[in-house]
Write a protein that binds this ligand. Structure first.
Ligand code: HEM
Ligand code: HEM
Length: 178
């Protein structure tokens, strides 16, 4: 059994966009104030779209639950796998919310999402407040990327050591013919 095509599309689209957004965010730290003024609204708009995608993905998952794990997976392995999935969903929601609050309390300039929505008008701007959200946002981004690296490593283990059907659940073209 494999994930349905909507779940697969959302998985790969969001994985790609989250990695691009992480690199974008890291790069932004190197920019001058004028360059950041150009880049941040794009980062914020794309991040808010990712928040909507994460919420839609959660809704889709509740409506169309994932296929059951293969019998070859023991209870310990299932518990780990479920824990990682929960952590991913939590981070995919917390990360953009922390970014949103960071933008809402930004001090250097106003940040408009989608060219029209002034996020910076939503909270009082302040160095301390925006600094706290900056740290939470950055930490969530790092946690997500570290988790994704471990998760990709686990997929390789399933593919080459366990040789089970887990990788094919997200990449059905890998399915072995019987
Ligand atoms: C969901 C995907 C997102 C990812 C992966 C992401 C990633 C990052 C990363 C890695 C940084 C650099 C943090 C650091 O080095 O401490 C950053 C900075 C930032 N992000 Fe995001 N972000 C996302 C969404 C958002 C959203 C939705 C907003 C606002 C609505 C936002 C606003 C910001 C702001 C204001 C900064 C600080 C920029 C600066 O002053 O240098 N981010 N982001
Ligand atoms: C930022 C990057 C990524 C994120 C946030 C992410 C997130 C997730 C989540 C949340 C699930 C569980 C889906 C659900 O049960 O609703 C999942 C499943 C899966 N992911 Fe990723 N993923 C990422 C990158 C990758 C990469 C790079 C690979 C492969 C090298 C991969 C391979 C898989 C596979 C095979 C599954 C199915 C696991 C199962 O059958 O339970 N993912 N991923």
């Amino acid at each position: 059994m494999v994930f349905d095509w909507v779940a697969r599309l959302l998985h790969w689209l969001m994985a790609l966009l989250l990695i691009i957004m992480f690199l974008f965010g890291m790069q932004m730290e190197e920019l001058t104030l004028a360059e950041r003024r150009e880049a941040l609204p794009m980062h914020a708009s794309m991040g808010l779209l990712l928040l909507l995608l994460a919420l839609f993905r959660l809704f889709w998952r509740r409506r169309y639950p994932p296929p059951p794990y293969p019998d070859s997976m023991g209870p310990g392995q299932r518990k780990w796998a479920k824990g990682v999935v929960h952590a991913f969903y939590l981070l995919m929601i917390l990360l953009p919310i922390a970014g949103f609050l960071h933008a809402a309390s930004y001090v250097d300039f106003e940040i408009h999402a989608f060219g029209i929505w002034n996020l910076t008008a939503l909270l009082p701007s302040g160095e301390l407040l925006t600094g706290v959200f900056h740290v939470i946002h950055g930490s969530c981004a790092w946690l997500l990327i570290i988790l994704a690296i471990g998760h990709a490593g686990a997929t390789l283990k399933h593919a080459f050591i366990d040789r089970d059907e887990i990788p094919a659940r997200m990449l059905p073209f890998l399915r072995k013919s019987k």
